[in-house]
Write a protein that binds this ligand. Structure first.
Ligand SMILES: [Ca+2]
Ligand SMILES: [Ca+2]
Ligand SMILES: [Ca+2]
Length: 849
């Protein structure tokens, strides 16, 4: 499970203008289509919501709630459901069964969901203990796509119990049968294939025999041709499909099309440029998600807005945020950070995996042969010496630090008291903001991310690094002392619950990051003893998500230099996981590494996280099939799929652009923008966990359980934990150039720390020419783990930029004959913590084999 919401609700402020229309109070004939999603409560309360002062639950097939006493107004306690369509001049039959114990008058309305809450029918049934059915009719005076049905239950001095069932609103227009426009049946990556990379497509056809295909350039000239491979019926789409492999064509260009079975694909490029821009755009997404800072329109034309949640009315946060009633008696300044998704909430566990993946995207540039520096992001911190990807990560990490209490425990989340409606710019959110209880999971997320921040920021800001290391250690100790404080699965009013019943994986991840950064025995021993250290983490769903984080630790232990005993087996375990995802890709006619049966909430991020395992295996082994698995996986997200659309805004001829967001809400308010280019939609979700998906997508095959509708939050939201693996993978692909095999250098490096003392160490490096030709002039580059610096040196010219060191020949040792070596060395100034030898050495820019 990814993001789960037990309810979504709109704020109820008052019921002003009454506009009764056609209320008859007599039983009506039930005719016309049913407009209420789930009025029978057979298996779930979704998508019904309730006010924060009550909970509801299913009891004997009914929805029941204990209504608190002591409220004043009817609207002080509400149960409701949103997004009910009304058609002007249509007559509706409104009916429900309800009971009250003791008997009570309730109010039932079909109304406008925002101020002035105009009521199209207003009923005040006298409810009995034994229960009764109630029937009304009315004629709608308006066309409205999103009316609310609410039961107002407040105003009683004493508590009582309310149950409801068989809520029905029949009439109006029959629900439109939704059929997605899937365009031509030849499905391609609509953005770009790398010239020398794999090139695969999928043809939807009833044909069972192979068919001819033709690749045409922009001028319509056939430049390659071949035969399709019949693949049978694909379970994820329930389509009969063929696959097409045109990898043998290598020439770059734009406007290619692929033709088969009388259909011509949407156009695509063959080239590498798109991934350079996708890497940057996917990261630029975070700036406009920032809380606590005005978004500069000069940096993001069309996206400028005032700062959200800086203590300026109508905001009620985030500079001095109290706890929920009864949770704590203090307030914290928790301003800053990123808004999580399409809402204004900020959740430590989802921020945690996101900031970790951004830091890993940076850290990979120090350790992976094919990585290149991450591009500039046009953010306020651009132009300084700190890579922008780290500046962006720091914006969130600073917030995570603020969520920590003096005792080390970390609050799970901070968000609005009640759900707000769409659209709503951050600075206009009037809701009370509340801190929710601390949790072990949040505390361990801070331990992990702060430990990672301590090493990656060390060369740029030693004080910030030290602050993070102290916070990480404190969080670790607090979590050890409080190992089972779990977030509540019912704490979902106004924000996602992000509850997680198993935090043993969070312990493993935190221990792994603390070990990599410090080298300390306590964390090493914990890692080696954890069942997650050797468990099979490579699920056919996603390898990791906000609640399953063991793979974050395992992959970092495999790919970030460290001295863990048995590290070779750790590296091999990642390769084993990648082998499984390669098998899935090979067997899937749409070529994706994800094949769990039903698709989950945020399935696109699961696809990407599986691709990160493949990418890590490529970084570890240098074997091309792993890299090519990543290149195939991105094809799915960019158009080679059953819906024939890209899930990344601005990429591909047909792409998601109406993702669920309160401020990229162009489809609700044309003065607001669509999501920025590079925004990833959550993707197909078989669970259909919102009213739009429930109305439009019943019975969908997994790949079809998606709609680009702003109200389909369970298939089409944006989220910080979804763009993080997108940017990671885009950076990986951008580093592959045109997809050709980059040369490695004929060299071997011995790197030996001969001695160390509290703030220093001495290192000897031996560079051996393993080739058959003399090396005439050399510079050897590697990166330190953290804030280490080269001091006194000998036999080479040293330069250092941040963590990256280059040692170049002197005139007398410029030539290294085949089989010969040169030796040089330096005294290092040690930052506190681990000081492992590097995994990667580049000789004149190429990795030593
Ligand atoms: Ca029922
Ligand atoms: Ca910068
Ligand atoms: Ca967990």
């Amino acid at each position: 499970m990814f993001r789960r919401f037990t309810s979504r609700r709109l704020s109820i402020l008052a019921t002003a203008a009454l506009a009764l229309a056609g209320l008859t109070g007599v039983p009506a004939h039930a005719e016309g289509p049913e407009q209420i999603p789930n009025g029978t409560f057979d298996t779930t309360a979704d998508p019904w919501w309730h006010t924060a002062n009550l909970e509801f639950a299913l009891t004997d097939g009914r929805l029941c709630a204990d209504i608190p006493g002591g409220t004043v107004n009817p609207w002080d306690a509400i149960i409701g459901v949103n997004d009910i369509p009304l058609v002007k001049d249509e007559t509706y039959a409104f009916a429900f069964y309800a009971s009250a114990d003791p008997g009570k008058v309730a109010r039932a309305y079909v109304q406008l969901p925002v101020d002035p809450y105009t009521q199209y029918i207003s009923a005040a049934p006298e409810l009995s203990v034994s229960g009764d059915s109630y029937h009304y009719t009315f004629t709608s005076p308006v066309d409205l796509p999103n009316a609310q049905v609410v039961f107002q239950l407040g105003g009683s001095a004493t508590p009582w119990r309310f149950c409801v069932d068989n809520v029905s609103l029949q009439g109006g227009a029959p629900p439109e049968v939704y059929t997605p426009d899937t365009g031509p049946r030849v499905r391609v990556n609509q953005v770009a294939y790398l010239p020398k990379g794999p090139k695969n497509a999928t043809l939807v056809t009833d044909a069972t025999d192979a068919l001819p295909w033709k690749l045409k350039d922009a001028a319509g000239k056939v430049v390659a041709q071949g035969s399709t491979t019949p693949r049978g019926v694909d379970a994820s789409s329930r389509q009969n499909v063929h696959s097409i492999d045109f990898s043998a064509y290598h020439k770059a260009g734009t406007g290619f099309t692929l033709t088969a079975d009388g259909e011509t694909s949407r156009p695509f490029d063959i080239g590498a440029d798109a991934y350079q821009s996708l890497e940057v755009d996917a990261l630029k997404f975070y700036y406009t998600q920032r809380s606590g800072i005005a978004i500069d329109d000069a940096l993001r034309p069309g996206y400028g807005r005032p700062a959200g949640h800086i203590g300026t009315a109508p905001n009620q946060g985030d500079t001095n945020v109290p706890c929920q009633p009864g949770v704590c008696d203090y307030s914290l300044d928790v301003s800053g950070g990123w808004y999580d998704a399409g809402d204004h909430g900020k959740y430590v566990v989802n921020g945690g995996i996101s900031v970790a993946q951004l830091m890993s995207e940076f850290e990979r540039t120090k350790n992976a042969a094919s990585a290149r520096p991450i591009g500039a992001l046009a953010i306020p911190e651009s132009g300084d010496d700190v890579p922008d990807v780290l500046d962006e990560a720091r914006w969130e990490q600073e917030f995570l630090l603020k969520m920590q209490r003096p005792d080390g425990m970390v609050h799970h989340k901070i968000h609005d008291e009640n759900w707000t409606g769409l659209p709503l710019l951050p600075h206009l959110d009037p809701q009370k903001r509340e801190l929710h209880p601390v949790s072990t999971a949040a505390t361990l997320n801070l331990a992990a991310t702060a430990a990672q921040a301590a090493r990656v920021f060390a060369p740029y800001d030693a004080a910030f690094a030290a602050k993070n290391l102290a916070a990480a250690k404190k969080a670790w100790a607090a979590a050890k002392a409080n190992p089972a404080i779990l977030a509540s699965p019912s704490d979902g009013n106004g924000g996602g619950t992000y509850d997680d019943a198993d935090v043993s994986d969070e312990f493993y991840w935190a221990a792994a990051e603390l070990y990599i950064t410090t080298g300390d025995a306590e964390y090493k021993n914990f890692v080696l003893a954890s069942p997650h250290h050797t468990a099979d983490l490579w699920s056919q769903g996603g390898a990791m998500d906000w609640g399953h984080v063991a793979a974050l630790g395992r992959i970092d232990l495999a790919t970030v230099p460290n001295g863990l005993p048995g590290r070779d087996a750790v590296r091999q375990s990642v390769v084993t996981g990648a082998d499984r995802y390669l098998t899935t890709i090979d067997q899937h006619p749409y070529g994706l590494p994800y094949n769990p049966g039903d698709y989950v909430w945020g399935s696109n991020s699961a696809v990407l996280n599986d691709m990160i395992v493949l990418a890590a295996a490529y970084d570890i082994t240098g074997k091309l099939p792993y890299r090519d698995g990543v290149l195939q996986g991105i094809d799915y997200l960019l158009g080679r799929n059953a819906l024939n659309q890209s899930y990344v805004t601005g990429y591909g001829e047909v792409a998601s652009k109406n993702q669920h967001s309160r401020w990229y809400a162009h489809s609700l308010d044309t003065s607001l923008p669509n999501p920025p280019h590079g925004s990833l939609a959550g993707g197909p979700n078989s669970g259909l966990q919102d009213p739009v998906a429930q109305a439009k997508l019943p019975g969908c095959a997994p790949q079809f359980c998606y709609i680009d509708d702003i109200n389909s939050y369970s298939t089409n939201e944006v989220a910080v934990n979804w763009n993080a693996p997108l940017s990671w993978v885009a950076a990986f692909i951008a580093g592959q150039g045109d997809g050709g095999i980059s040369a490695s250098a004929n060299c071997k490096v011995g790197y030996t720390v001969h001695g160390s003392w509290p703030d220093g160490f001495t290192t000897q490096v031996t560079l051996t020419n393993t080739g058959h030709k003399a090396i005439d002039g050399w510079s050897l580059t590697w990166s330190f783990l953290g804030g280490q610096k080269v001091g006194h040196s000998w036999a080479a010219e040293f330069t250092q930029k941040a963590a990256t060191v280059t040692a170049a020949n002197q005139s007398y040792n410029k030539i290294i004959q085949p089989g010969q070596s040169v030796t040089f060395g330096f005294n290092g100034v040690s930052a506190p913590g681990a000081n492992p030898g590097p995994d990667l050495f580049l000789l004149n820019g190429a990795p030593c084999a």
